[in-house]
Design a binder for this molecule. Structure first.
Ligand code: NAD
Ligand code: MG
Length: 393
């Protein structure tokens, strides 16, 4: 896509944590001189969405929530900004001509609009994990067929993207994903059994949305990232390592056949990764905290404990089985997460639900097309709901 300024950018999920950080990076990179905002999307928070759309001079604002359509329309009355709602509105936002789309909708809801953007050839700055975890190679193929670039935003994959030397692929031995270990890194299973969503969401280093914060506490977030890494970097399951690094200073690493390991470091701030994706291959000037090595007392590393954090074991199983197993794992985990947040099941039960559904659907096979992916996703959700109902009794 064209690199002429201003670049046309749409942000799917602008009202969230990544979306807000993206708007800040846009501002820091020169605002309307650097980017023309085509579409912004949100969900229930239409007041915030309307405010963002007006401030950024967006052409279109879309709420995923159909029953908030009139509120958004009222909030933007007289602004000249086009308003739409619901799943078809999200597709409209993604399909509107732009050079780049930031995919920052949380969960499987992000898949259809991101695919629409990929198919029309937009560069995709990918924060949403579920596109790769559920649709895997179908998603990668859609980006390739569209002709756009796939730019990872998740800090780990962005780090690897920064240090992976494409002309040295033959010498690539392993990629090493770092994990903070979350707020319960040193807790026993007994202690984790009774935690609430509020405690689980208190991430020690990163400020993020609720789902991903709880995902850091269970390490399901890392499980999703292991699957993403396979598709983004075309590595085999045994080339993907995870190391717990509580300070979150090294964002991930690449190991080569000569024994060298290249790492990307920085203060934990998503804006660095977002900025790299937005201005790739150039680096933007960003006002983020600089790493002061004289103030870093130490960097620690430890192996993840797969007994206390079964998500890592389940990701290995999904990688080994391949195909739709990661879609099954993700759908079951999303369903279990909702039940946990609503207080229907305990913290540890989230992994139990995912494992039970993965065993039920161990022979899910490979995806033939997107309808197949959506059908498996739905089946895994309904099976997860049944497991949850049994557990909650
Ligand atoms: P968030 O919950 O803060 O924001 C999510 C966005 O999606 C919001 O704009 C919300 O309105 C929208 N949304 C929610 N439900 C929706 C639905 N059903 N349909 C359409 N839109 C909906 O989430 P976040 O932390 O910004 O994360 C966004 C994505 O980026 C996730 O996939 C997450 O895993 C990934 N990610 C986030 C971070 C981070 O630092 N926050 C880091 C790496 C990856
Ligand atoms: Mg991450």
């Amino acid at each position: 896509m064209t690199t002429a300024l201003p670049r046309r950018l749409s942000i799917l999920g602008s009202t969230g944590s990544i979306g807000g950080n993206t708007l800040d990076v846009v501002r820091q990179m020169g605002g309307r001189d650097a980017f023309e905002i085509v579409a912004l999307t949100g969900n229930g928070n239409v007041e915030k969405l309307a405010e963002q759309a007006k401030a950024a001079g967006a052409r279109m604002a879309v709420t995923a929530s159909e029953n908030r359509y009139h509120d958004l329309k009222d909030a933007l009355a007289g602004s000249g900004i086009t308003v739409a709602a619901g799943p078809s509105g999200l597709i409209e936002a993604a399909s509107a001509e732009s050079d780049m789309v930031m995919a920052a909708i949380i969960g499987t809801a992000g898949l259809a609009p991101t695919l629409a953007a990929a198919r029309r050839g937009a560069d995709i700055a990918l924060a949403n994990k579920e596109c790769l975890v559920t649709a895997g190679s179908l998603f990668v193929d859609a980006v390739k067929a569209g002709g756009g670039k796939l730019l990872p935003v998740d800090s780990e994959h962005n780090a690897i993207f920064q240090v992976l030397e494409e002309n040295q692929r033959h010498a690539l031995e392993r990629i090493i994903l770092t994990a903070s270990g979350g707020p319960f890194r040193t807790w026993s299973r007994e202690d984790m059994a009774n935690v609430t969503a509020e405690t689980a969401a208190k991430h020690p280093n990163w400020s993020m949305g609720l789902k991903i914060s709880v995902g850091s506490a269970t390490m399901f977030n890392k499980a999703l990232e292991m699957i993403e890494a396979k598709h983004l970097f075309g590595v085999a399951p045994d080339q993907i390592e995870v190391v717990v690094h509580p300070q979150s200073i090294i964002h991930s690493m690449v190991g080569y056949a000569d024994g060298s390991v290249l790492a990307q470091l920085g203060c934990p701030d998503m804006r660095t990764a977002i900025g790299y994706a937005l201005s790739y291959p150039a680096r933007p000037v960003l006002d983020v905290e600089r790493l002061d090595f004289t103030k870093l007392s130490r960097l620690d590393f430890e192996a993840p404990d797969e007994n206390r954090f079964p998500a890592i074991r389940l990701a290995r199983l999904a990688l080994k089985r391949g195909g739709l197993q990661s879609a099954v794992m993700n759908a079951a985990e999303e369903t279990a997460f909702d039940a946990f947040v609503e207080g229907r099941i305990g913290f540890l039960a989230m992994a139990d639900v995912a494992e039970a559904v993965m065993e039920d659907m161990a022979d899910a096979g490979n995806a033939t097309d997107m309808d197949h992916v959506f059908a498996i996703d739905e089946e895994a959700r309904s099976r997860a709901a049944a497991v949850i109902a049994r557990l909650a009794r």
